[in-house]
Design a protein around this ligand. Structure first.
Ligand code: NAP
Length: 308
């Protein structure tokens, strides 16, 4: 693994980045950032595309985020990715954000252009591509149950489901009020003449077993966008008996093992996939935004597979 740089390396002029060979021109900001697999596949993409630039990890604590974003142009960076917990701070820091990032309330991709910072969010579109690839279906044709709708990733995915007008969207969140507020925002996208019976196309529930049972019995796809999953001590988000073989289950969490959610779902015969596909596609979309050309997806996929 390559070195991890600090926010101070950026705000002190960024000379350390220009002295690298190739020079660091792209980065990921996060806290923590050591787990990030983005350098593995973004550097492979840069080599494959013949671009003389490196992609590095920069540990940026929240209190240093605003200064670190401001320092990107002066330090010679073309752009950045942003991960936990800085995506909302990134939206506040950029000079302009596209409509999708504004509606998602967060930015995961920053572009430096003419000294200005432009913000985008590729998490939702990345998830959409991953679902198509893993399950050969489009979000628009699915009844989706989204766990963790109140978080940053959950919100971006909900906005994507609304943009694609999926058949039905059930927002599940521990703090139900957050999901209710989001449902109210998204409701106009779900007003249509589709005839699905008397139930609203956007619903909000908590993690109560009976509500989950009812909604899962009418769902096609379950997406986990909570931060619960990889620790063996994590409680089950969904009781195992509620999974059925007709479900597709996508866990945005990824790591070296299989999450409990996917273990339980697979044991019930459901089709399952972890968040590596979303990671790959959100990164490929970032590359396309930075360089305005198709990303070398096969190279990136191979590099991610070797790093995972
Ligand atoms: P976040 O903003 O902190 O949101 C966390 C979400 O998890 C909230 O909805 C929160 O509910 C919920 N939650 C936390 N603990 C819970 C518990 N014990 N029971 C039920 N719900 C709980 O985090 P985030 O940035 O959205 O990230 C969430 C996950 O998405 C992370 O695991 C991250 O790795 C993954 N992700 C993956 C990709 C990818 O490319 N694969 C991209 C982005 C994010 P409350 O609202 O009630 O607090």
């Amino acid at each position: 693994m390559s070195a991890i740089f600090s926010a101070d390396d950026l705000t002190s002029g960024g000379g350390v980045f220009s002295r690298l060979r190739p020079p660091a021109r792209l980065c990921v900001f996060g806290a923590p950032v050591d787990h990030s697999k983005s350098p593995a596949f973004q550097n492979a993409a840069l080599v494959a595309a013949g671009i003389d630039a490196a992609y590095v990890r920069i540990h940026v604590p929240p209190e240093k985020a605003a200064a670190a974003f401001r320092a990107l142009p002066g330090a010679g960076f073309l752009g950045a990715n942003v991960t936990i917990p800085l995506k909302a701070a990134a939206l506040a820091a950029v000079d302009e954000a596209d409509d999708y990032a504004r509606r998602s309330g967060s930015v995961n991709t920053v572009v430096v252009r003419d000294g200005l910072l432009l913000g985008f969010n590729t998490d939702g579109p990345g998830l959409s591509r991953a679902i198509r690839e893993e399950f050969s279906v489009d979000l628009r044709d699915l009844r989706v149950v989204l766990l963790g709708a109140g978080g940053g990733a959950g919100r971006a995915i909900a906005v994507q489901c609304a943009a694609e007008s999926c058949e039905r969207l059930v927002l599940v969140n521990r703090t139900v009020e957050k999901a209710r507020a989001l449902a109210a925002e998204l409701a106009p996208a779900f007003r249509s003449d589709r005839l699905l019976g008397p139930t609203d196309r956007v619903q909000v529930i908590g993690f109560g077993e009976s509500e989950l049972r009812e909604q899962l019995s009418r769902a096609d796809l379950v997406i986990n966008a909570t931060s619960v999953g990889m620790r063996r001590t994590d409680p089950p988000l969904i009781p195992a008996p509620l999974f059925t073989p007709n479900l597709m289950v996508y866990d945005t969490v990824y790591g070296s093992g299989t999450s409990r959610l996917l273990e339980d779902a697979a044991a019930a015969g459901a089709r399952c996939a972890n968040g590596l596909g979303m990671l790959l596609h959100q990164g490929a979309l970032s590359f396309e935004i930075w360089f305005d050309r198709p990303a070398p997806l096969d190279v990136m996929r191979r590099a991610l597979g070797e790093a995972a």
